[in-house]
Design a protein around this ligand. Structure first.
Ligand code: ADP
Ligand code: FRU
Length: 289
């Protein structure tokens, strides 16, 4: 099994399950409320840990009750948090989430007022210990430096990068990594199309070295190999869609897990869709044994 370092966020998620999505300027009651740890990189690590990998998180957390909740959850999944920067003051990033009981859709209002994990923080990590690095594309100039340093020191250490939201200069990162994990939101924004295949072909010249992957919700996911072969996996819908929160993060864990096991990109795509589909049929990220 691999030792995986994930650099990115942890949040507190306040999830209100509602009978249906509300109309603006009305008042409704939640059926249920759950408060738990969230955040893309840590969600992905929590799944990878359950799949048997050793996982380490590099990020920023605040030593306040919500930060302790986050830390306790990561400890439950045996995730090492030693590279983290711990702040004595501030508030954990918080997501206010409406989970629609009718279709499992999640609507997120996110608030964040916290510094990002920096290149300076990253430099203190001994990368020799790891078999895989995973990043969220957040502060681009800092992330460019982290990835450049990792590639300089360990040219054969595989790096995956999640591209979720459009950010200025984000394309600087594309040529630096081995696996690019795009969201549908990013693809639609970047290519002005609803076509994952067109999007992936448009990225290929900017990242000819990388496996390009794009999750597409209920349409499954698409990938383009470095030689230019297009792959697709259908989604695996559960009997009932209960909770789609974090589906993309689970999908990313499925890809990393498969590639760490030396499986082909086609197998990775199918396994990731299966894993994410299963997750949509249950609440939370605890894998069924
Ligand atoms: P995000 O959480 O980033 O919005 P997506 O909605 O693109 O991510 O979903 C990621 C993956 O999860 C998809 O590729 C698909 O395999 C799976 N998935 C998402 N929604 C569903 C669904 N309703 N039914 C089955 N699988 C789903
Ligand atoms: C799901 C998620 C939530 C978090 C939000 C942050 O993908 O990581 O757990 O609140 O996205 O953007």
């Amino acid at each position: 099994m691999a030792h995986i370092l994930g650099i990115g966020t942890a949040t507190v998620d306040i999830i209100n399950t509602v009978a249906s999505y509300p109309t603006e300027d009305t008042e409704i009651r939640a059926i249920k409320q759950r408060i738990c740890r969230g955040g893309n990189a840590t969600n992905t690590l929590v799944v990878l840990s359950q799949l048997g990998h050793r996982c380490t998180w590099g990020g920023v957390w605040v030593n306040e009750p919500a930060g302790q909740l986050v830390l306790a959850d990561l400890a439950h999944y045996a995730i090492d948090t030693s590279p983290c920067r711990v702040l004595a003051q501030g508030k954990m990033p918080t997501s206010y989430i409406l989970l629609n009981q009718q279709n499992g859709s999640r609507t997120i209002v996110h608030y964040r007022d916290l510094p990002e994990f920096s290149f300076n923080d990253f430099q203190r990590i001994n990368l020799a210990a790891f078999n895989w690095l995973h990043f969220e594309a957040r502060q681009i100039t800092e992330t460019v430096q982290m990835i450049k340093q990792a590639k300089q020191q360990y040219p054969h250490l595989p790096i995956s990068l999640e591209i979720e939201k459009p950010r200025p200069q984000i394309e600087q990162l594309f040529a630096q990594v081995d696996v690019l994990l795009f969201s549908k939101t990013f693809a639609q924004h970047d290519s002005h199309t609803d076509d994952a295949k067109l999007f992936l072909h448009s990225i290929h010249p900017q990242a000819p070295q990388a496996c390009l992957i794009c999750a597409w919700g209920t349409a499954g996911a698409y990938a383009l190999t470095p030689p230019g072969d297009l792959l697709h996996s259908s989604a695996f819908p559960p009997a009932q869609v209960i909770d789609t929160l974090g589906a993309g993060d689970v999908f990313n864990a499925g890809i990393i897990d498969s590639l760490c096991r030396q499986q082909s990109l086609a197998m990775a795509l199918t396994q990731a869709c299966q894993l994410a589909g299963n997750q949509c049929g249950q609440e939370g990220l605890q894998l069924k044994s």
